[in-house]
Each structure stands twice: as structure tokens, then as C-alpha cells.
Design a protein around this ligand. Structure first.
Ligand code: NAD
Ligand code: UDP
Ligand code: UDP
Length: 365
């Protein structure tokens, strides 16, 4: 019997029948919320390819059906258009909860929607996990550290976040989502006392035996194919701009730092976490740290040596540096990223080129 079945015995697996998954492991039914998005669609590929059954819940807010088109019609794949802010009834073994608009372009215009998705969407998915005994994974973010006063950031750092700023819908929303996740987890240890009908007093304490198995990944900046072309994130901006022969826009002086992780490394980490017995939170990111000026240099080197840069004012509350300490994930999950920025960037270029070309053709250019 593999690790999979030991950690989350399912009520539902038996209904699914014999399947070509790893020997000794039965097929799992897995929900991926936000599965039509950038990270979610790569995760879906991995889960389908290893033989599991996947249900994607997505409202296509920032996601695209094109990201999943290669799975449409497969018997082990189902796509449901649904907003996680509304309750939903499903019978599943695992829930990867990714649904959340994550683009900086949306922070100011969609702040309430983002916050609601983080809070009510997470609550609903935790309620679902509780009802069916499914294991739950929250994709949180390095943004919970805010503009960090500790560098690099360890999971024990509580963060430096503005609760009323333009980014708060996202970072405070994710912090609340983490709190809810841990509340549900701890709910398993709550002592439930029923009233003794004979005396009318609380009876003997009984430990709630439900095991709300949750885990939290704090994801650092991730890039790769299928990112939205114009969602405002720095890697997608620079790559699109370089391909379109436009100047790469550097916000502020460009000396702020970030650590960029290739998407397949993240997907490996999320699956390793889901299949472990650990709760986390775990930082998931590539510790290689770059200033935005250095990133522009790498994009230039890989895409177009004649690419230029242009400086623009920075946004409010922009964290000045960010780099994960991943020693916890290394030690407990045996996970670390394998793909460097110089190896990963070329892998997203052909996808971006094709989509930009299609866009231009669509405009009759
Ligand atoms: P994305 O925008 O590509 O994907 C998010 C998906 O969620 C989209 O398909 C969108 O349509 C869907 N969605 C949004 N609101 C929804 C709702 N209310 N109901 C149902 N579906 C909804 O973003 P991504 O980069 O793939 O991010 C996935 C997750 O990882 C997010 O939770 C994000 O916060 C987290 N994360 C990503 C990064 C990164 O660098 N990509 C970094 C930190 C955290
Ligand atoms: N929920 C859901 N699907 C389920 C079970 C619950 O969407 O299968 C939602 C439910 O509507 C509620 C939330 O999850 O809003 C939290 O559920 P829980 O049972 O923990 O809380 P309660 O309903 O008791 O407030
Ligand atoms: N940034 C930039 N040019 C852009 C987009 C972003 O210089 O065209 C900067 C932004 O100010 C921030 C960094 O790049 O300092 C990372 O931004 P992103 O939105 O990708 O991620 P996050 O701020 O969430 O880490």
C-alpha cells in the first residue's frame, strides 16, 4: 500500500473502480479549485497523468478554458463553472484550493471580490472537506509576509502587512484563509460535551474524532507557460514586452528583489505536501534572488539582446525584498526546486510567442 492511501483513507475511492494508477494505490477523486488558471492547470496535468480523477471548479475570472482544453472529454476529467464563494456539494478525497484572482492589476478594482473569494471561498472548501473527510490544501502566498523585516523569510516570521492598503484584499485575505484553515484543523481536537438527559448537565467529555487534515503552502513568485499575458506580474510583463518589442517596464528603481520559481517545481512541491502528514505552513519558492534590473537583463539575454527598459513609478506598499527560506520543506518534504531562472524562462517563451501571435492575428495584424 502506498503512502497515498495511508494518509487519507477515502469513503469514495471504492466507487471509482480499478484504474491504471501506481501499483498498490487506488484512484483518488481530487478537486482543484482555480484549475483553469496558470498554476492550477499544470497541477491538473500532473494529477490526470498519474491516473487520478480530477474535478476543476473555476469561474474563469482569470483562468481560461484553453488551459484545460487537452483534457476536455476525458472520462476522468470534469470542469465545473462555479464561484467558490457559493457552497457546493461534491464527494472527493482531496481538495487543492487555488481559486483566487492573483493578479496585481486586479487588486484595486476587485478588492472586495478578492477578499470575499479568500474568505468565503476558503470557508466553503473547508466545509466541504469537513463534510466528506477530504484532505485540504490551501495555496497561500509569500505576500502574508508583507514588506518583510526578516530576510530571507522563514515560516515562523509573522509578517509586516498593511491591513488597509491597496494590496490588503490579497495579503490580508490570504492571512484570513490561513487562519480559517488552522481553525478547522484545530477543530479536530475540540472536546464535544453532550448534555446528559438524566441530569441536564454536561456529560463526559468526548474528543471529536473527525480528522480535519489540512496543509498550507506559502507560494513565492512563480512563472511559466500559461501565465496570463497581461496580468501585470513582472515575469509575464517583461517576457510579453520583450516579444512585442516594447520596453520592459521597471517599477521604481528596480532594486527591489524577488525569487522566481518555475511552475513544475511548485507543482511537485504541492503534491509532495498533500501526500505528506505535515500541516505546514511551508514556503515554496526558488531561493535564487534577483533585482528587477537583473531580471530584465536575463530576459534580454534569453529573448532579445536589443530589448530596452523604461522606468515607471512603483505601486504603494511594494515589498522591497523577498526570498524564501525553504529549509523546512527540504527537511520534511524532501522537496526543493530544480529549475533555475535561466533554465525556466526559455520554457515559457514559445507559449508566449504563440499566444501573442494569435492575438495579433485576431486583431487582423
Ligand atoms: P490564476 O489567476 O492564473 O488562477 C486562479 C484561478 O482561480 C483562475 O482560473 C480563476 O478563474 C479562478 N478563480 C478566481 N476566483 C474564483 C472564484 N471565486 N471561484 C472559482 N474560481 C475562481 O493565478 P495562479 O497564479 O495560478 O494562482 C493560483 C493560486 O496560487 C492562487 O491562490 C494564488 O493566490 C496562489 N499564488 C500564486 C503565485 C504565483 O506567483 N503564481 C504566488 C503566490 C500564490
Ligand atoms: N459547505 C459547502 N459544501 C459542503 C459542506 C459545506 O460548500 O459540502 C459550505 C457551507 O455552506 C458553509 C461552509 O461550507 O457555508 C462551512 O461549512 P461548515 O459545515 O463548517 O459550517 P456551518 O455550515 O456549520 O456554518
Ligand atoms: N514590477 C516591475 N515591472 C512590472 C511589473 C512588476 O518592475 O512590469 C515589479 C513590482 O513593482 C514588484 C516586482 O516587480 O516589485 C514583482 O511584482 P509582481 O507583481 O510580479 O509580484 P509581487 O509584487 O506580488 O511579488
Amino acid at each position: 500500500i502506498s503512502r497515498h492511501t495511508q494518509h487519507f483513507p477515502s469513503t469514495f475511492g471504492a466507487k471509482i473502480g480499478r484504474v491504471p494508477v501506481e501499483i498498490g494505490r487506488r484512484r483518488l477523486r481530487i478537486v482543484v479549485t482555480g484549475g483553469a488558471g496558470f498554476v492550477g492547470s499544470h497541477l491538473v496535468d500532473k494529477l490526470i497523468n498519474r491516473g487520478d480523477e480530477v474535478i476543476v471548479i473555476d469561474n474563469f475570472f482569470t483562468g481560461r478554458k484553453e488551459n484545460l482544453v487537452h483534457h476536455l472529454g476525458k472520462p476522468r476529467f470534469e470542469l465545473i463553472r462555479h464561484d467558490v464563494v457559493e457552497p457546493i456539494l461534491l464527494e472527493v478525497d482531496q481538495i487543492y484550493h487555488l481559486a483566487c484572482p492573483a493578479s496585481p492589476n486586479e487588486f484595486e478594482i476587485l478588492d472586495c471580490v478578492i477578499h470575499k473569494t479568500n474568505v468565503m471561498g476558503t470557508l466553503n472548501m473547508l466545509g466541504l472537506a469537513k463534510r466528506v473527510g477530504a484532505k485540504f490544501l490551501l495555496t497561500s502566498t509569500s505576500e502574508v509576509y508583507g514588506d518583510p523585516l526578516e530576510h530571507p523569510q522563514k515560516e515562523t516570521y509573522w509578517g509586516n502587512v498593511n491591513p488597509i492598503g491597496v494590496r490588503s484584499c490579497y495579503d490580508e485575505g490570504k492571512r484570513t484563509a490561513e487562519t480559517l484553515t488552522m481553525d478547522y484543523h484545530r477543530g479536530a481536537g475540540v472536546e464535544v460535551r453532550a448534555l446528559d438527559p438524566a441530569t441536564g448537565k454536561a456529560g463526559l467529555g468526548q474528543l471529536n474524532s473527525d480528522f480535519y487534515h489540512v496543509c498550507i503552502a506559502r507560494i513565492f513568485n512563480t512563472y511559466g507557460p500559461r501565465m496570463c499575458l497581461d496580468d501585470g506580474r513582472v515575469v509575464s510583463n517583461f517576457v510579453s514586452q520583450a516579444i512585442r518589442k516594447q520596453p520592459m517596464t521597471i517599477y521604481g528603481d528596480g532594486k527591489q528583489t524577488r525569487s522566481f520559481q518555475y511552475v513544475s517545481d511548485l507543482v511537485e512541491g504541492l503534491v509532495a505536501l498533500m501526500e505528506s502528514e505535515h500541516v505546514g505552513p511551508f514556503n515554496m519558492g526558488n531561493p535564487g534572488e534577483f533585482t528587477m534590473l537583473e531580471l530584465a537583463e536575463v530576459v534580454k539575454e534569453i529573448i532579445d539582446p536589443s530589448a530596452t527598459i523604461e522606468f515607471k513609478p512603483n505601486t504603494a506598499d511594494d515589498p522591497s525584498k523577498r526570498k524564501p527560506d525553504i529549509s523546512k520543506a527540504k527537511e520534511l518534504l524532501n522537496w526543493e526546486p530544480k529549475i533555475s531562472l535561466r533554465q525556466g524562462l526559455p520554457r515559457m517563451v514559445s507559449d508566449f510567442r504563440n499566444r501573442i501571435l494569435n492575438e495579433d492575428e485576431g486583431k487582423g495584424m
